[in-house]
Design a binder for this molecule. Structure first.
Ligand SMILES: Cc1cc2nc3c(=O)[nH]c(=O)nc-3n(C[C@H](O)[C@H](O)[C@H](O)COP(=O)(O)OP(=O)(O)OC[C@H]3O[C@@H](n4cnc5c(N)ncnc54)[C@H](O)[C@@H]3O)c2cc1C
Length: 405
């Protein structure tokens, strides 16, 4: 039976990032991924634009991958938040934070390509793909993982199994880890457009009565669009021809960027909140969407998953140096306890934002406008929010601080 220190189930953006973080640390790694990579069906290889916070840039720098991403990364210099039909506005600027950028917009496809090229170079990693983890059994010293691959089943043995297997995490189910789930009854329609005016590296977040909408700066003067639409209207909006879609978008977004022009391929993503109640068990750790699947309103899901990677890798590397068993509950609880606060804060923040702006209460609308204006005038509150969304609140892992693992 092949023996590993770490078996990672899932090779999406988060699972692949963990494999890169653990490479060169003297660990034997197996990665099992269900979908053949380099296909459009593979998560992490799609057309979405991912907003990476500055902390995620630091993590990618630590993994020696930032240089490969930088050419396709558009920096965000300024964030402009507005409430359609109301006066409140919030501005955030890189100068206030003393950073070169508040974040970067990178196509998911590019992140996927860079990660998979890096994973293929890891000498101590065996990749099982396309293959699925089908069942798991445990002894005191190991976890045995059955993998269905090429019409047969192989059993792998490891000290630790990491579930990076996404929002519907089969491993979370298999270990009977409870989760809370709530359907937002909304879908995010994602595409890109070319506006008449230069985006000037400004990210626009606009709240409307039907849900939030973001226009994010991209290369070639394009903007990535994430438009949240009520589930009952998704088919209708997706069926519009390009001119009709652009007109509807323009009516929602307004003319801050002049006339919205040329629209790319559209995709709709149903939205839900998923939160696992536990993140570790003996010989099991959950990371990424397997533990938290969020509304994309503030572009936080992958950023939070990247911080899971930074913390889990740090805990494992330190445990190995101390001669500890990396799969023991004592070691994994350090990861679980460390991540609790960030998970809770970011989930509460994104869920609150997603719901607050769609409640049809007139008094709430006025409170929102006043709140946004007050918030804009309060630098400490803004700094706190920026630190939260950049993963710099609470105890910060070495990779996010720009230090080696
Ligand atoms: C519209 C939209 C916009 C977004 N924008 C942003 C953004 O701007 N910024 C941001 O930070 N985040 C954003 N996100 C969130 C981000 O996309 C996710 O948080 C991230 O992709 C999660 O990655 P993951 O690797 O945890 O999960 P996934 O991408 O779901 O990967 C899980 C992997 O596990 C594999 N798998 C599943 N079961 C098995 C099995 N049994 N055996 C083997 N393999 C298995 C799957 O094939 C898959 O490849 C957005 C999300 C949406 C929907």
């Amino acid at each position: 039976m092949p023996q590993y220190d770490v078996i990672i189930s899932g090779g999406g953006m988060v699972g692949a990032s963990l494999a890169c973080a653990l490479s060169g640390k003297g660990l034997r790694i197996a990665q099992v991924e269900a979908v053949e990579l380099q296909t459009r069906a593979a998560p992490g290889y799609d057309d979405r634009a991912i907003a990476l916070a500055y902390g995620a840039r630091r993590i990618f720098e630590g993994l020696q991958l930032w240089d490969s991403l930088a050419a396709e990364a558009t920096p965000i210099h300024h964030i402009h938040v507005s409430d359609r039909g109301r006066f409140g506005m919030v501005h955030m600027d890189r100068a206030e934070e003393g950073l070169p950028a508040l974040g970067y917009v990178v196509p998911a496809r590019v992140i996927g390509d860079v990660l998979s090229a890096a994973v293929s170079q890891i000498g101590e990693l065996d990749s099982y793909c396309p293959a699925t983890v089908t069942s798991v059994s445990q002894t005191d010293a190991a976890i045995n993982v059955d993998v269905a691959c090429q019409g047969g089943t192989t059993t792998l043995s490891g000290a630790l199994l990491v579930a990076a297997d996404g929002a519907d995490s089969p491993l979370r189910e298999q270990f009977a880890i409870e989760h809370v789930e709530s359907d937002y009854r909304q879908s995010a329609i994602v595409t890109n457009i070319t506006p008449q005016l230069a985006h000037n590296n400004i990210a626009y977040e606009r709240f409307t009565d039907s849900g939030p909408m973001a226009l994010l700066p991209m290369t070639g003067q394009r903007c990535a669009v994430v438009w949240t639409v009520d589930s009952s209207r998704v088919d209708e909006v997706m069926a519009l021809d390009d001119a009709g879609f652009l007109a509807a978008l323009q009516e929602r977004f307004g003319y801050r960027l002049g006339r919205l022009d040329r629209v790319g391929r559209r995709q709709a993503w149903p939205l839900r909140l998923v939160q696992a109640k536990e993140s570790v068990r003996e010989r099991l750790a959950l990371i990424g969407n397997a533990i938290h699947t969020l509304h994309p309103v503030a572009g936080q899901g992958f950023n939070l998953g990247a911080r899971d990677v930074a913390v889990l890798a740090e805990v494992l590397v330190d445990a190995l140096q101390a001669g500890e068993d990396p799969g023991s509950l004592a070691v994994l609880s350090r990861y679980g306890d460390w991540r609790k606060r960030d998970h809770r804060n970011v989930a509460v923040f994104t869920d609150g934002l997603a719901r607050m702006f769609t409640l049809p209460l007139p008094a709430l609308g006025v409170a929102r406008s006043v709140g946004m204006t007050a918030f804009d005038l309060l630098p400490p509150a803004k700094r706190l929010l920026t630190r939260l969304t950049m993963g710099r609140s609470g105890r910060t892992p070495r990779l996010v601080r720009g230090l080696p693992l």
